[in-house]
Design a protein around this ligand. Structure first.
Ligand code: GZL
Ligand code: ZN
Length: 325
């Protein structure tokens, strides 16, 4: 435990079960998904649960995350939890944590390091599978609705973030496989404002867009605003179909309304999984290096109730009012 957390009980004895101090370096607060993610960690690592959480919001800048981790090392925290903004550039600071004997648990996006022992475990999603599920659904949906052609644009997430890499790769492979027209790809940095800006510029360049692949809900919210500002409509009976990821509350509400036709869940509730890892480490037990979270799909309407990716079936839940409540 860090020095200041080494509180001793009233008669001066060393408190037998020390508070466990966690340094958490969070990407930022760029999206609703990120807010839910932070809440999940804060809820689990509360004082009443026997933890001291030091939370740092890096405002999507890697240098702020590196500084936070160095500070956690100085404070001699027991564990470091890192939600890396992008995959590369972590070797030096993670080597410092390793030299200080502080286990690092990576959550959400992945780190690309020269030595895998620089982190103890990773909890997150299979982002490429998320993208492949979305594309398999779109192919089935287009066939069910008799769509003659797919003229699609990709509003990408933060370049170099694992979800951006995975979701984009799934789309580019699907474009080849299904013969779609990929008109443009550009990053909306996972934010609503940038997503709106990117959508508006794409609409100026292409008048035949009929599908927008948004790599998170906040970008989808921005894209919907831009599409409607341009006098076009979204939805199954509109000009443009919007596909999104995260399945946040706002994303689900928009899916119920049909403004989003498919929403692929990206589960933000990593708190319990991280606590499970820390408890095992405290007991000196082995932990899995990678833990993937289970994720569902939500659609407007029930045109495509199930899809298959790599021989596995994935059911799609139609969003009706009772799902939203
Ligand atoms: C995915 C996460 C992404 C979300 C976005 O696990 O890294 O970052 O999809 C968030 O909403 O900004
Ligand atoms: Zn409808």
């Amino acid at each position: 435990a860090s020095k200041k957390a080494d509180a001793s009980d009233e008669n001066g004895m060393e408190a037998e079960n020390d508070v466990i101090t966690i340094g958490f370096s969070q990407v930022g607060a760029e999206s609703d998904w990120r807010t839910a993610h932070s809440e999940s960690i804060k809820k689990v690592f509360s004082e009443k649960n026997g933890y001291e959480l030091i939370f740092d919001d890096a405002r999507q800048k890697q240098e702020n995350q590196v500084a936070a981790i160095f500070s956690f090392i100085q404070q001699e925290v027991d564990y470091i939890v890192l939600a890396p903004v992008t995959e590369t550039g972590w070797d030096t600071v993670l080597q410092e944590a390793k030299d200080a004997g502080i286990p690092v648990i990576v959550v959400d996006r992945m780190v690309k390091v020269s030595d895998e022992s620089l982190y103890t475990a990773w909890v997150g999603s299979d982002f490429k599978l998320e993208g492949r599920k979305a594309c398999a659904w779109l192919d089935a949906y287009a066939k069910a609705k008799g769509m003659q052609e797919i003229n699609i644009v990709d509003i990408q997430g933060t370049y170099g973030a694992t979800p951006q890499i995975g979701r984009t790769q799934a789309l580019t492979e699907a474009v080849e496989q299904y013969g779609w027209n990929l008109l443009a790809m550009e990053s909306g940095e996972f934010t609503q404002a940038k997503g709106k800006e990117v959508m508006a510029s794409m609409l100026e360049q292409y008048e035949n867009i009929n599908v927008v692949y948004c790599e998170n809900d906040n970008q989808a919210f921005g894209a919907i605003e831009a599409i409607e500002d341009a006098g076009k409509t979204v939805g199954p009976d509109g000009d443009i179909l919007v596909i999104s990821f995260d399945a946040t509350h706002g994303g689900i509400v928009n899916t119920m309304k049909g403004k989003i036709v498919l929403n692929v869940e990206c589960n933000p509730l990593h708190g319990p999984r991280v606590e499970d890892i820390i408890k095992k480490l405290e007991e000196g037990k082995e932990v899995d290096k990678q833990i993937f979270t289970e994720e569902r799909m939500y659609s407007h309407g029930a045109d495509v109730p199930v899809i298959t990716v790599d021989g596995t079936d994935y059911e799609i839940t139609e969003v009706t009012q009772d799902i939203v409540d």
